[in-house]
Design a protein around this ligand. Structure first.
Ligand SMILES: Nc1ncnc2c1ncn2[C@@H]1O[C@H](COP(=O)(O)OP(=O)(O)OP(=O)(O)O)[C@@H](O)[C@H]1O
Ligand SMILES: [Mg+2]
Length: 331
């Protein structure tokens, strides 16, 4: 058994990246331990891909410092032990799947015979067995993403960065990636995952960071609230116009989509009082369900922007536009 790495596998200390007058990453602090499956979340343009590119040495930080696998950012020795699936991979159409992997294997400095064996294995693992000799111009979007994942695994990395690995994948492909992440976890590989699919992140990641405007706003467990049920979902008709004011002192409106309301309770046993006040004001309360705060709630609170996943699947009788409230983020 290999001894665990002494320090963090990723150590970012005050990373900054400016593009002209725009600050994409603004003093980002992050440490990821060996063997973690770590989710890196944030709204579009938050600085996630830029951070990954700095950690990989693909773009030079404007400020701050860091280490990956105990070495300075961009160190070639560390780079050989790191796998990377970029968010936009360039796939020359004339390559075959196998040719693409062999080319990347050679870039990693692997011997040709070893690359052939590993490439065959990787194609098989990503559901592309039998398509390795086809030119990439004939691959579908999801097939290219699978190939990108195969490429990222080729060097059997100790650390792998996956920037939106499942955005083009069908449900089976997403499940395959989940299983793959479980395998990597079992092998002790550290995974750094950028994703907007919060339900997937909840299922796979040990810890997450949520970034907004280039800062880390949350760093902690994937399930942010394991304590008391503090949220309440209501199905409410004929709500009085001043319902929010009526609830002051017992609950706060988190969001509302038509008759569906989500409230955050101000006390552990405030639910009966919420029901009493609403009913007394003439509202018809059809459902009242305590729910746990999930990653999406946290994301929405911290970023003030909608997550990429759709709102409730079931049709609502008079669902209007979802209303998002101002973020309650302390600045
Ligand atoms: N090469 C570049 N030149 C100029 N601006 C850039 C460049 N790369 C990124 N940016 C800017 O930096 C900010 C962060 O971009 P980045 O790609 O890191 O966001 P992201 O969090 O990965 O977003 P997404 O979820 O959309 O992938 C954005 O405002 C973007 O326009
Ligand atoms: Mg990105």
């Amino acid at each position: 058994m290999t001894a665990p790495a002494p320090g963090p596998v990723i150590d970012a200390r005050g990373l900054v990246k400016c593009y002209g007058r725009r600050t994409a990453v603004d003093g980002l602090e992050l440490r990821v331990a060996a063997g973690e499956v770590f989710g890196f979340l944030g709204p579009n343009g938050a600085g996630k891909s830029t951070t990954v590119r700095m950690l990989l040495g693909l773009t030079r930080p404007s400020g701050g410092d860091g280490e990956v696998l105990g070495r300075a950012l961009g160190d070639p020795e560390a780079r050989r032990r790191v796998g990377y699936l970029p968010e936009n991979v360039h796939f020359p159409g004339w390559f075959t799947g196998m040719g693409f992997l062999r080319y990347h294997g050679a870039l990693y400095g692997l011997p040709a015979s070893e690359v052939r064996a590993r490439a065959g294995e990787a194609l098989e693992r990503l559901g592309l067995a039998g398509r390795g000799d086809d030119p990439l111009r004939g691959y579908s979007h999801g097939m290219l993403q699978r190939l990108g994942l195969a490429q990222a695994l080729l060097a059997r990395p100790r650390l792998i960065f996956l920037d939106e690995p499942t955005s083009a994948l069908d449900p089976r492909g997403r499940r395959d990636v989940r299983l793959l992440l479980d395998e990597l976890r079992a092998q002790g590989t550290t995974v750094f995952l950028n994703s907007h699919l919060l339900s997937e992140v909840e299922r796979t990641c040990d810890r997450v960071a949520i970034v907004a405007d280039g800062h880390v706003r949350y760093l902690g467990p994937t399930r942010p609230d394991t304590g008391a049920e503090r949220l309440l979902d209501l199905r409410l008709e004929d709500a009085p116009p001043d319902a929010e004011r009526l609830l002051v002192g017992v609950a706060r409106l988190v969001r509302r989509a038509g008759v569906r309301w989500r409230l955050e309770l101000e006390g552990a046993d405030a639910a009966p009082e919420v029901a009493r006040r609403l009913v007394a004001a003439g509202a018809r309360l059809h459902e009242l369900t305590p729910v746990r705060r999930d990653l999406e709630d946290l994301f929405l609170e911290l970023t003030g922007a909608p997550a990429a996943e759709p709102e409730p699947a079931e049709p609502l009788p008079d669902a209007g536009e979802a209303q998002l409230l101002e973020p309650g983020v302390p600045s």
